[in-house]
Design a protein. Structure first.
Lengths: 361, 94
């Protein structure tokens, strides 16, 4: 197919509805409403198209995907098509009967989010009293025999609890623990001054993760995502724009990454109107930053051009106003100072209140 | 257990909810695992496809020696390394 390699995975954002209000939510500031969501029949079609296109895995996400009553049907369809199914959930709506139905439908894995290691902290950050329920849900997931990933998003207001987060993950029987520093787009960008850690605290956290990895080797895998405000080289965001992932929003827009709508003037296609294969190959938004031809000379001639894939386009836009500029996370970027200065200034703020994720009225 | 030798009578197998699957789009065997995909080359597939929880490690090495016409002291370390690596990643159980 024109030399464009097929995507590895589909991120299916089934809904933006969610009881939690995490101030770093990866959903866009302009949340889509329930009335705009794709009908079941369209999702069933799209899952088949994703498998035919070469996707191997589907991540059912949101919002809170279990808020969709047809989740079991979608998991069954994905599983029947040979897709490996993953549920990314807060766990607060998932009771035993529902989980059993999802397992019957072919669900293979659950990633369960936690906002902190202790109830008071977690419920404050989530803007919702759900921590205790999550602990119960984790037990049910393990009792059902499903592999569990415990996901902890970390930032200045909970980073001191990193060791107890890892201990909680182990205690809950997670075989994979994801420690993900907040990435600054959308809601997190709004709340950056309240979230960004100081450089020394980041270094301590990174050392603690390394220590835990050694200690837990062979028993628990720890994945670690660092914030690139202190990086010297950018992350290969999404494994490169339009190289590995497709993201479908609740209303059917197909994005190269979940934050891509923060870049103005990109045209996104909708699965209501075009097939997934057509969009993957031909969509203007996918081709705009695919490969290396779009890169500024600094990046195109760099030996890391096909390692970093130019880093993150949303970040380049958020910090420079130009989505085609070198990612400021790169130390070679003429804008690198902007990022390091922001991090230094904002991380020395006292902890601030949050702008919680809510529908605008 | 990490880093130690695998016992001859160990019976390695894929961990629950890990799937050995042929991917038509890439013409490659894969292991599907939580939020991970491992693409297997011919040798890795030959090893993994024998790890069914019934065959012993020693038996698997014997079979591979036959299949590839290679001596045991060449084959065994490669099998050891791959199985240990997948075990450390939670993909296989011993």
């Amino acid at each position: 197919m024109n030399g464009i390699a097929p995507p590895l995975a589909l991120l299916a954002e089934l809904t933006h509805r969610c009881p939690l209000q995490c101030p770093y939510c990866s959903n866009p500031l302009a949340l889509e409403r329930a009335g705009e969501e794709l009908e079941t029949a369209i999702w069933l079609r799209v899952l088949g198209e994703a498998a035919a296109l070469g996707c191997l895995q589907v991540h059912f996400s949101g919002g809170e995907p279990t808020a969709r009553r047809d989740l079991e049907q979608l998991v069954k369809r994905a599983s029947d098509c040979g897709l490996y199914t993953n549920l990314i959930t807060s766990g607060v709506l998932l009771d035993e009967a529902r989980l059993a139905q999802l397992v019957d439908a072919g669900l293979e894995h659950v990633q369960l989010s936690f906002q902190d290691s202790n109830e008071a902290g977690a419920d404050r950050i989530a803007g919702f009293a759900g921590h205790r329920k999550k602990i119960e849900t984790a037990g049910r997931i393990r009792a059902a025999g499903l592999p569990l990933t415990a996901n902890f998003v970390v930032h200045r207001q909970n980073l001191a609890n990193l060791d107890s987060m890892i201990a909680l993950g182990v205690e809950l029987g997670a075989e994979r623990i994801e420690i993900a520093h907040v990435q600054y787009y959308g809601w997190a960008l709004q709340n950056r001054a309240a979230l960004i850690p100081a450089r020394d605290d980041l270094a301590r956290a990174t050392a603690a993760v390394e220590e835990a990895r050694g200690r837990l080797k062979g028993a628990v895998v720890i994945d670690y995502v660092v914030p690139d405000y202190y990086a010297k080289r950018p992350k290969a965001c999404m494994g490169g724009w339009a190289r590995r992932f497709l993201n479908i929003t609740p209303s059917g827009k197909v994005l190269p990454c979940h934050a891509a709508e923060s870049i103005p003037h990109l045209l996104f296609d909708n699965v209501r109107e075009r097939s997934l294969a057509d969009i993957w190959e031909n969509s203007e938004a996918f081709n705009r930053f695919r490969g290396t031809a779009w890169m500024p000379e600094l990046c195109r001639s760099c030996e890391r051009a096909e390692i970093d894939w130019g880093g993150c386009r949303c970040q380049a836009f958020a910090l420079t106003g130009d989505a085609a500029r070198t990612d400021p996370a790169c130390a070679l970027s003429p804008d690198h100072d902007v990022m390091t200065n922001l991090a230094a200034a904002e991380s020395t703020h006292p902890p601030d209140g949050f702008v919680y994720r809510r529908h605008s009225h | 257990m990490s880093g130690s030798d695998i016992a001859d009578d160990a019976r390695p197998r894929l961990a629950p909810h890990r799937r050995l699957k042929f991917d038509e789009a890439r013409k490659s065997w894969t292991i599907q695992a939580p939020e991970r995909v491992f693409l297997l080359d011919e040798i890795a597939y030959a090893i993994v496809s024998r790890c069914n929880g019934e065959k012993t490690f020693a038996g698997i090495v014997d079979e591979l020696c036959g299949a590839f016409g290679a001596p045991r002291d060449v084959v065994a370390p490669d099998v050891q390394k791959l199985v240990r690596d997948f075990a450390d990643k939670g993909v296989m159980e011993l």
